[in-house]
Design a protein around this ligand. Structure first.
Ligand SMILES: Nc1ncnc2c1ncn2[C@@H]1O[C@H](COP(=O)(O)OP(=O)(O)OP(=O)(O)O)[C@@H](O)[C@H]1O
Length: 295
């Protein structure tokens, strides 16, 4: 087992029934089967990490839960009731908040305006209650431990990490039961990723069911209670933290069994002639004389 410590260690695995449940869900775009037979349970107080390489089907999965695309097979249920969302509003109204990588924040508007974007508090005659909104935004961000000294500053001036945190705090305040985060750390450096991971844990500790989409097993393992790996639209691994180490998760992402098969194929080839290259996405590329027809 890995000795890596993470925020996840304080978590308890809850045996509650899932808030969101995908049962054998599939999605085809014409002849392209983006997802096939995906079963996924999102539980309250748990961080479910959905990992996968480019084209694995992560975006398609999010879009189904967020109401952007309808699934073509299987059943999606929320709190035990079968649902088929035909708009993002329907998903949101069911308590599912989705925070996309390119956040739906208005960069030129202030922090507090962004916090209430689309949910503004009004006074009599429909005028905005700015004082109240500023007070609440300040209280809520402070409660989450998010330090933004000037709530009047445009959101565009904040760091990517701070913007993600505002989006998470906003989802919690407006009563989300499930928070879906689409690669929230993908564009961030190590320090900012750490800050965002901390707020992902806070969202879980506030009782939400969190779906953390990522291609980074290290980030996932720091916070995750439950890991689902997608490969070419299918679930290739579904396991809980107690049953997997960081090394095993990383290996699964790097294509453990495929690599094994490959090494079997390469048996008998002079290893000196085989070059392994670890690429940016963690995949191992193997160059061998077999490719060049040599050997
Ligand atoms: N609108 C679409 N029409 C046709 N094919 C699509 C569409 N959207 C996705 N696909 C295909 O479905 C498969 C899964 O794509 P998806 O975007 O869900 O994967 P992903 O894991 O999110 O990848 P990435 O990280 O690159 O976004 C891919 O083969 C993709 O080409």
């Amino acid at each position: 087992m890995s000795t890596t410590t993470g925020f996840a260690e304080e978590a308890t695995t809850s045996p509650t029934s899932p808030i969101v449940y995908l049962d054998d869900v599939g999605k085809s775009y014409g002849n392209v089967h983006a997802l096939r037979g995906v079963t996924l349970a999102v539980r309250q107080g748990e961080i479910t990490c959905v990992l996968g390489d480019n084209g694995a089907g992560k975006s398609t999965l999010i879009k189904i839960i967020a109401g952007l695309h309808e699934h073509t097979d299987g059943v999606l249920s929320v709190n035990g009731e079968e649902r088929r969302f035909s708009s993002p509003r329907e998903s949101l109204d069911s308590g599912i908040a989705t925070v996309y990588q390119d956040l739906a924040l208005a960069p030129l508007m202030s922090v507090w305006r962004n916090f209430f974007l689309g949910n503004e508090i009004t006074k009599a005659f429909g005028t905005m209650d700015a004082t109240r909104m500023k007070r609440i935004a300040n209280e809520e961000l402070t409660k989450m431990g998010i330090s933004i000294p000037n709530l009047e500053q445009p959101v565009g001036m904040l760091s990517g990490g701070q913007r993600q945190c505002i989006a998470i705090a906003r989802a919690i305040y407006f009563g989300a039961k499930v928070l879906i985060l689409d690669e929230p750390t993908a564009a961030l450096g190590v320090k900012q990723s750490g800050v965002v991971l901390k707020y992902i844990v806070k969202a879980r500790d506030a009782g939400l069911g969190v779906v953390f989409i990522t291609h980074n097993p290290h980030h996932a393992y720091l916070v995750g209670n439950h890991f689902v790996v997608l490969k070419l639209g299918r679930v290739s691994l579904d396991t809980h933290r107690a049953d997997i180490s960081l090394e095993q998760l990383t290996n699964e992402m790097a294509g453990g069994s495929e690599l094994e098969a490959l090494s079997h194929e390469l048996r008998g080839v002079d290893p000196e002639l085989v070059v392994e290259r670890v690429e940016g996405n963690g995949q191992v590329a193997v160059e061998s004389p077999l490719d060049k027809g040599a050997g």
